[in-house]
Structure formats: structure tokens, C-alpha cells
Design a protein around this ligand. Structure first.
Ligand code: NAI
Length: 337
């Protein structure tokens, strides 16, 4: 039986990397029927809204989506469609694994951590108030008990399910005593329900340094929205960069899978983008859908191709293009069928 999944091609390199995933899924005969939805710049130009209601309704109907990056104008223009989507669908867990890949050049070969970033609150909600134009701005960060509890629970549940030893909570409760202080307090309360899992906390600036110096000490990291945004990019730099780091936005009812990276306008339309991050996000989606055999087939093929320096894309020091890399994975899948 085919499963309907919404696919959003997005902006910049989005259409190139979604085409790559579709081609690889077709080669692997994954029983997915893609339903196209539009968001981002293209949707904004056509409808005046970067996140049209139709695309939200499509995801509500089919429950699961694979989304390529959406451009958000810097310092002006419309509000991020990504942030709105996460809030509207209550996708409160942003799950970002960073795993060393055999043969891929990176500072370490033994990183295996996953960041759980609170996805709906904090300073990231973009509530800014102009007190005096060009001179005085105030911004509001929101933290509620319910939002802290659900993300911290999700992090502990993940650790338990994957038999991981430790959850580390990142905060800034020495300075932001009430807001991230509440996050830390609730972390301690929830940890008491998981005596089998070690719990520790770290001030976020120290955590950034520790991740660079000793990343092997981390299993699951849980933190607030803006901190999670930054340290998950840092984590991606430990394992080969944004081109290889996947992610998922998970709520109780819906799930939207997307790469950590953005729309990379500097390389858009040049057949240079590395589709691995979106492909690995789509593999997280296959696990979510219970299609483990297809997950394994595609992942094994992708790992073989990634290990060959000639075939990799330029961001990983290789000579491959988006399309030649995709074709190499398709050949591996065909050979192992
Ligand atoms: P970016 O992630 O798009 O690019 C940062 C650097 O990494 C660039 O040099 C880019 O070429 C490179 N890069 C990123 N993905 C790559 C890939 N798959 N293969 C090879 N190289 C890759 O970040 P930037 O430039 O800060 O943001 C560009 C736009 O993307 C902005 O409008 C931003 O708001 C948006 N964005 C959207 C996200 C989403 O839709 N979830 C997440 C992050 C940013």
C-alpha cells in the first residue's frame, strides 16, 4: 500500500535536492506517493503568503511531510515560514542527529549525538518591538512549563529507546535565571522519572566549547530554541558540515522532515548542492513510517557512495555534482536489489 507524503520543494537548492531524493526513492521502489505543496519565496510571490493555508491543510491531511529549505529575507520582509509551520502544527521537537560518517573528512570520526531543540518558543519566536526606530528595540522570549516538559520528555524517551546513557541540558540559567532557569528546573524534575539515564546540565557557552573539544561525551542534548539552532549547526560541523546533517520536526500529530541547512542561495541552480542532508532526513522519515527495509537499502547505498572521494559533492572535497552523486547512489541501489 502506498503512503501519501507531502513534499515541499522549497527555495534555492531545494528543487535540486528534492529531485535527487525522489529519484533515489523511485530507484529503491519506496511505496510513497508524493503530494506537492508550495511554501517559501515562490509561494510568497504568487500568493503574498510564504506559507499558504493549503500547504498546512495538506500536511494536516497526510500527517507527514518532507520539506526542503525555505528562504527567509534577512533583516526585512516576511516572517519565517519555517517558524510559523513549526508553531501552527505544534512540531515541538526539532531532532538533529550528528553522526560521523565513514570516509567523510571531519574533525572527529567518533561523534554520535543528537540535539533536541525546543521548536516553538524562546527568543526564536521573533517577537520584536520597535521602541525607537534604528535606535532601541526590545524582544520577547516565551518559555512555558508545558513546552519545557514535552521537549525534555521527548529527549529522555529517545535516550531510553536508543539505549543511550546520558541527557545533557544546555541553558543560560546563570544570566536568564527565570526563563532558561525554568527549563533547567523542569529538566531536573523529569530526570527523576528516568533513573536509568544520567542527567547533567551545562551552561550553553561552555557546552559549545565542550562540543568542539570533547564531542564524544554527548549522547542526547536538549536545549531551548535559539541555543539549539546554533549548537546543532556546530554539531553538523563536527561530522562533515551542513551538507550531511539531517533533521526532523516532530509533534504529537504531525511530522515534517527537513535538513538542518538553509536554501544556500550562493550555489542554487549550479548542480553543486549535496543532497545527503535531505536524503538522510527522508531516511528518518522512513523509520518514522516503519519502512525500515527501504531505510537500510538506501542508507547502505549512500554510505558506500559517500566513502568514495571521487563521487562526493564539492562541499565534501569531492568531484561529484548533485546529479552525478544521485546517480551513483541509484546505481548502488540497483546493484544491491
Ligand atoms: P545555508 O545553510 O543556506 O548556507 C550556509 C553555507 O552552507 C553556504 O555556503 C551554503 O552553500 C552551504 N550549504 C548549505 N547547504 C548545503 C548543501 N546541501 N550542499 C552544499 N553546501 C551547502 O545558510 P544561510 O546562507 O545562512 O541561509 C540561506 C537562507 O536559508 C536564508 O534565507 C535562511 O533564512 C534560510 N534557512 C532556511 C532553513 C530552513 O528552511 N529550515 C534553515 C536555515 C536557513
Amino acid at each position: 500500500m502506498e503512503r501519501n507524503v507531502v513534499i515541499i520543494p522549497g527555495d534555492g537548492i531545494g528543487p535540486e535536492i528534492t529531485a535527487s531524493v525522489k529519484k533515489i526513492f523511485a530507484e529503491a521502489e519506496v511505496p510513497i506517493n508524493w503530494i506537492e505543496g508550495f511554501a517559501g519565496n515562490e509561494a510568497f510571490e504568487k500568493t503574498g503568503n510564504p506559507l499558504p493555508e493549503e500547504v498546512i491543510e495538506l500536511i494536516k491531511e497526510h500527517k507527514v511531510a518532507l520539506k526542503a529549505p525555505l528562504t527567509t529575507p534577512v533583516g526585512k520582509g516576511f516572517r519565517s515560514a519555517n517558524v510559523t509551520l513549526r508553531q501552527r502544527l505544534e512540531l515541538y521537537s526539532n531532532v538533529r542527529p550528528a553522526l560521523s560518517l565513514p570516509g567523510v573528512k571531519s574533525p572527529y570520526t567518533d561523534v554520535n549525538l543528537v540535539t533536541f531543540r525546543e521548536n516553538t518558543q524562546g527568543l526564536y519566536i521573533g517577537k520584536e518591538r520597535i521602541i525607537e526606530p534604528d535606535s532601541h528595540i526590545e524582544l520577547v522570549g516565551v518559555i512555558t512549563r508545558i513546552a519545557c516538559e514535552r521537549i525534555i520528555h521527548a529527549a529522555f524517551e529517545y535516550a531510553r529507546k536508543h539505549k543511550l546513557k546520558k541527557v545533557t541540558l544546555g541553558h543560560k540559567a546563570n544570566i536568564l535565571k527565570e526563563s532558561t532557569g525554568l527549563f533547567l528546573k523542569i529538566g531536573g524534575e523529569i530526570a527523576a522519572d528516568y533513573p536509568d539515564i544520567k542527567f547533567e546540565d551545562m551552561i550553553i557557552d561552555n557546552m559549545a566549547m565542550q562540543m568542539v573539544m570533547h564531542p564524544q561525551q554527548f549522547n542526547v542534548i536538549v536545549t531551548t530554541n535559539l541555543f539549539g539552532d546554533i549548537i546543532s549547526d556546530l554539531a553538523s560541523g563536527l561530522v562533515g558540515g551542513l551538507g550531511v546533517t539531517p533533521g526532523a520536526n516532530i509533534g504529537d500529530e504531525y511530522a515534517v522532515f527537513e535538513a538542518v541547512h538553509g536554501s544556500a542561495p550562493d550555489i542554487a541552480g549550479q548542480n553543486k548542492a549535496n543532497p545527503t542532508a535531505l536524503l538522510f532526513s527522508s531516511l528518518m522519515m522512513l523509520r518514522h513510517l516503519g519502512m525500515d527495509d527501504k531505510h537500510d537499502l538506501i542508507r547502505n547505498a549512500a554510505l558506500k557512495v559517500l566513502a568514495d572521494p571521487e563521487l562526493r559533492t564539492g562541499d565534501l572535497g569531492g568531484k561529484g555534482s548533485t546529479t552525478s552523486f544521485t546517480d551513483a547512489i541509484c546505481r548502488e541501489i540497483a546493484a544491491s536489489k
